[in-house]
Design a protein around this ligand. Structure first.
Ligand SMILES: *[C@@H]1O[C@H](CO)[C@@H](O)[C@H](O)[C@H]1NC(C)=O
Ligand SMILES: *[C@@H]1O[C@H](CO)[C@@H](O)[C@H](O)[C@H]1NC(C)=O
Ligand SMILES: *[C@@H]1O[C@H](CO)[C@@H](O)[C@H](O)[C@H]1NC(C)=O
Ligand SMILES: *[C@@H]1O[C@H](CO)[C@@H](O)[C@H](O)[C@H]1NC(C)=O
Ligand SMILES: *[C@@H]1O[C@H](CO)[C@@H](O)[C@H](O)[C@H]1NC(C)=O
Ligand SMILES: *[C@@H]1O[C@H](CO)[C@@H](O)[C@H](O)[C@H]1NC(C)=O
Ligand SMILES: *[C@@H]1O[C@H](CO)[C@@H](O)[C@H](O)[C@H]1NC(C)=O
Ligand SMILES: *[C@@H]1O[C@H](CO)[C@@H](O)[C@H](O)[C@H]1NC(C)=O
Ligand SMILES: *[C@@H]1O[C@H](CO)[C@@H](O)[C@H](O)[C@H]1NC(C)=O
Length: 885
């Protein structure tokens, strides 16, 4: 026995000497380590015997400089490494930091790492590590930081972990740990961070000795299986700034002394538990609290008055508990408060007028409590508020006229309360998407100003006592939900407003009449002034249209004559980016009625011209509004002509005079996607449609992200997607604003049918072009491909809904998603089509920030293409739901 020990001692001495003496041996150790690692991306290419680089300069290595060069830190994070973590690494005598996070190591926790006696940091986060935590791993007392998070580590947390007395950071979150957490925390006097979150198989009470951790700053135990009460001992966590206990099964009351002792609390989250009882006093005595989150537990009790001191509190989340009592008044006027979520509790009391002082308040959710009182005037003074929902309470009184004055207000839900009086005119909340005032006692008429809110999409006024007509202006909106059932409305309902909506959304209004309703507005029935108005409006519009046509026609004629005269003497300048054998004269002469195609896009007609070489080119004629110098025009067009992408039409050259520009594009024989869809009997297999969608997405991604300078298309529509012989799509008419100038571009776009459904809703109030607007246009094209419908159908008034509104209304109904898919395509493609529909709905989201960027859309479509079958997609497309989270 003794002999063996001596032998071992000798051996280790020898090997240590060997290491110390031979500088190259550290390189060998590293090379041995590398030999066990699979490095498919060749990130460790600098690790080589042959390389002239000193090993201290190899990828990921940091050396000490004293006593001499020794490997001190090995950081190979995020290099896609797999294979084995070999024990050789522990032969590095001064190794202190080992970071192998974000790789693909698929093995148990390497036991031999316990031989690394100098290790202070061990980070194996986000690999594919599995198995239990071995007892022996915790032999090295030097360890300060241990991170095993985001792996598949299972089993119990071993008691031996308690011997790591110097530990400062212990992160075991997002694993499969189970059982009860041992009481081993007494020893961790240095611990700053403890994270056991997202271990759903833990079944444990909160170990009360956690309360001994006087230095602990972050305690993250959310979304695990903790139950029972919060131990009184937690008052000992004097340094805590973030406490997250949300989404457990905790119950009982929050210890009353907790607040006064947690002086540095920045974030306090005990949500989604079962905590009960009154809320602790003095929760903010340290003024450090920023996020308070107690949601989804079973807490009860009330919230302490002393919250007044939480001057740094930004997020207050106590939803889904059983809390009672008043929400303290002082909460409503905290200077930094942004989010108040208290829904699904038993709170009483009311919102004070002093809410006007909460100048940064963005979101308030109070649904399903017992709040009473009125909506205060002060609420309308908060200009940052974008969501206010307080449904299912006992709020009474009239809505103050300013209740929707916040310019960013998007969602208001005051349904199921006891509001009375009239609905005030809503003029300032131009971004309102959803308004629900259902099930109150509101009287008076529906304010006509609702029709002027450009993005209003969900409107629920059911179960009130509203009278009068349905304002005609609501026809202008793209309403996906319109529910006025069970009021006392009367008069004629315009068919376009209700087509596609379930009739039940109008029921319970005996006075309403119109096509499709029980009452069909017989002549003896008073139609109300609305009818007269419509007739008058129609007549006026016809007259205006006639006059307009006259002016345009005569203008065109005069322009034409002027132009004809001018061409004789005008000087044309021709610039080619490709070798084309054609003269200015050929071009100008070739462009006549015979060579013109289509009725002309927004910016000018397109002509197809045969060159002397037999080649065909497409020429787009633009008016040279800017009258730019030849040089600057050339620079602009060259920027566009340099784009080389298989999904973008090539610009071959251009020709310009003082007042016209001819852009010469490559010619594509199949014409545009719009032409194809418009043809009666349009039929294209799904795989071709999906390929077109992917191609267009690739083209747009290229413009947005890869091409320098980044460009916006600004006019994405199926008419601007040309198809080559193989149905490969190519975008045309891109970035014309750079050629005709921003002002002229906008004027032309604006003069286009104001309701063009390719235009994003925010187009109405924001002139600034954005990627999101391109994404919206793409979403409409994708809807065309999925449904096989034209974006706008003129044929029958009944079908005159634009495609976005039509689809939204359908998918709001159960199984509606299947109804919008092109019936000409067989069931076998339905899964992919539903996937594409889901993407299209996100792209055409009313709120620009909900739309995914183009490259994400491209990826999603590509993965549809490559995946034979998709996981079942839940088509919960209600904007309100997606806005909610
Ligand atoms: C590196 O080179 C030395 C001698 O030059 C050799 O002994 C050693 O085996 C080599 N190591 C590797 C991993 O090739
Ligand atoms: C590492 O590289 C730097 C600069 O390239 C050089 O100054 C330094 O001497 C190198 N270190 C070693 C140990 O060779
Ligand atoms: C890792 O590999 C995957 C595919 O094997 C690749 O998509 C990814 O970009 C790689 N990551 C890095 C950082 O190289
Ligand atoms: C471990 O590495 C991951 C990935 O880089 C990092 O996010 C995490 O903060 C590291 N853990 C510690 C305790 O530093
Ligand atoms: C605390 O550390 C000591 C010394 O390493 C050890 O004996 C003891 O078991 C540890 N306590 C716990 C609770 O792990
Ligand atoms: C937590 O509560 C839920 C519902 O009350 C229950 O289904 C679950 O089993 C509980 N989990 C634990 C770990 O107690
Ligand atoms: C508070 O919550 C927000 C949103 O979840 C987060 O971005 C922020 O980092 C949190 N602050 C602290 C101190 O935890
Ligand atoms: C309202 O909250 C209670 C708990 O306080 C919950 O049981 C109930 O389901 C909630 N009602 C709705 C409609 O969410
Ligand atoms: C609605 O108004 C009518 C008359 O204005 C009144 O008789 C009726 O009670 C009201 N109904 C409700 C639910 O307020």
């Amino acid at each position: 026995m003794a002999k063996t020990n001596t032998y071992l001692l000798l051996l280790s001495l020898v090997s240590t000497l060997f290491i110390l003496n031979s500088a190259s041996s550290e390189a060998d150790i590293l090379l041995t380590f590398k030999a066990f690692v699979q490095d498919s991306n060749n990130y460790l290419s600098s690790w080589s015997n042959a390389s002239a680089t000193h090993y201290c300069n190899w990828t990921g290595i940091t050396c000490t400089s004293t006593p001499s060069l020794f490997v001190y830190s090995l950081n190979l994070q995020g290099l896609n490494l797999s294979g084995d973590i070999s024990s050789s690494i522990c032969a590095l005598p001064y190794l202190s930091h080992l970071n192998l996070a974000d790789n693909l190591f698929n093995q148990p926790i390497p036991l031999h790492l316990s031989e690394c006696s100098t290790l202070e940091t061990l980070n194996l986060s986000n690999n594919l590590i599995w198995g239990t935590i071995p007892d022996q791993i915790f032999q090295f007392g030097s360890l300060k930081v241990l991170d095993f998070s985001r792996n598949r580590v299972e089993g119990k947390i071993p008691e031996s972990i308690g011997s790591l007395q110097n530990l400062q950071v212990l992160i075991l979150g997002s694993n499969l740990l189970s059982g009860s957490v041992p009481a081993v925390f007494r020893n961790f006097t240095e611990l700053l961070v403890l994270d056991l979150s997202q271990n759903v198989y833990l079944l444990s009470e909160l170990p009360s000795d956690i309360g001994n951790l006087e230095k602990l700053e972050q305690l993250l135990l959310q979304s695990s299986g903790f139950h029972g009460e919060i131990p009184e001992s937690f008052v000992g966590l004097r340094s805590l700034s973030i406490l997250d206990l949300s989404q457990n099964n905790l119950s009982g009351e929050v210890p009353q002394k907790l607040g006064s002792s947690l002086k540095n609390l920045v974030s306090f989250d005990v949500s989604q538990n079962m905590l009960l009882g009154p809320f602790p006093n003095g929760i903010c005595s340290g003024k450090g609290l920023i996020n308070l989150s107690l949601h989804t537990n079973f807490f009860s009790g009330s919230v302490p008055i002393s919250i007044r001191q939480c001057t740094n509190l930004e997020r207050f989340q106590v939803q889904n508990n059983g809390l009672s009592g008043d929400i303290p008044n002082s909460l409503w006027s905290l200077p930094k408060i942004k989010l108040i979520r208290a829904e699904n509790n038993r709170f009483s009391g009311e919102i004070p007028d002093s809410v006007s002082m909460a100048a940064q308040l963005e979101q308030v959710q109070l649904d399903n409590n017992s709040l009473a009182g009125r909506i205060p005037q002060g609420l309308g003074l908060v200009k940052s508020l974008y969501r206010f929902s307080a449904s299912l309470n006992a709020i009474y009184g009239e809505l103050p006229p300013n209740f929707c004055d916040s310019p960013v207000m998007s969602i208001i839900n005051l349904s199921h309360n006891s509001l009375s009086g009239q609905i005030p005119e809503l003029k300032k909340c131009r971004k309102l998407v959803s308004l629900s005032l259902a099930d109150n006692s509101l009287t008076g008429e529906i304010p006509p100003s609702l029709g002027d809110l450009p993005v209003l999409t969900y409107l629920d006024l059911s179960d009130n006592n509203l009278t009068g007509p349905i304002p005609q202006g609501l026809q202008n909106l793209k309403l996906a939900l319109f529910n006025v059932s069970f009021n006392q409305l009367s008069g004629w309902v315009p068919y376009s407003l209700i087509s596609g909506l379930p009739a039940s959304f109008l029921e319970g209004n005996p006075g309403l009449c119109g096509p499709g309703l029980p009452n069909s507005c017989s002549d003896d029935q008073p139609r109300g002034r609305s009818v007269g108005l419509t007739t008058l409006t129609c007549a006026l519009i016809s007259v205006a249209f006639f006059i307009g046509t006259l002016i345009v026609a005569s203008g065109f004629y005069m322009y034409h004559r002027y132009y004809k005269q001018k061409t004789q003497r005008e000087s044309w300048r021709l610039v080619f980016f490709y070798p084309l054998r054609v003269t200015e004269h050929d071009l100008v002469m070739g462009m006549n009625e015979k060579s013109a195609v289509g009725s002309g896009g927004a910016f000018g007609r397109v002509y197809i011209l045969g060159l002397p070489s037999g080649e065909l080119v497409a020429i787009k004629k633009l008016v040279n509004y800017q009258s730019q110098s030849s040089k600057s025009l050339k620079t602009e067009i060259k920027t566009l002509a340099k784009i080389r992408h298989k999904n973008i039409v090539k610009i071959l050259g251009f020709c310009h005079s003082d007042d016209s520009i001819f852009l010469i594009y490559e010619f594509l024989q199949k014409g545009s996607l719009a032409d194809l869809i418009q043809k009666p009997g349009f039929h294209l297999p799904w795989d071709v449609r999906l390929r077109i969608a992917v191609g267009v997405a690739q083209g747009l991604t290229y413009l947005h992200k890869d091409y320098v300078p980044h460009l916006l298309h600004r006019n994405v529509r199926s008419g601007n997607i040309l198809l080559d012989a193989d149905f490969e799509p190519k975008l045309t008419d891109f970035a014309l604003d750079r050629i005709v100038g921003t002002a002229a571009f906008q004027a032309t776009m604006a003069s286009e049918s104001a309701l063009s459904c390719y235009k994003a809703p925010e187009y109405g109030y924001s002139w600034k072009a954005t990627e999101e607007m391109d994404v919206y246009g793409f979403g409409v094209v994708l809807l065309e491909l999925v449904t096989g419908r034209q974006s706008e159908q003129q044929a029958e008034p009944a079908e005159s809904l634009d495609i976005v509104t039509w689809v939204r209304r359908k998918v709001n109904i159960a199984n509606g998603a299947y109804q919008v898919l092109d019936p000409k395509i067989s069931d076998s493609s339905h899964e992919q089509m539903l996937g594409a529909l889901e993407i299209a709905l996100r792209c055409t989201s009313v709120m620009p920030e909900k739309r995914p960027p183009m490259f994400e859309v491209m990826r999603a479509l590509q993965s549809l293409d490559s995946r034979a079958s998709l996981p079942c997609i839940e088509l919960s497309t209600s904007e309100e739901q997606s806005v909610a989270d």
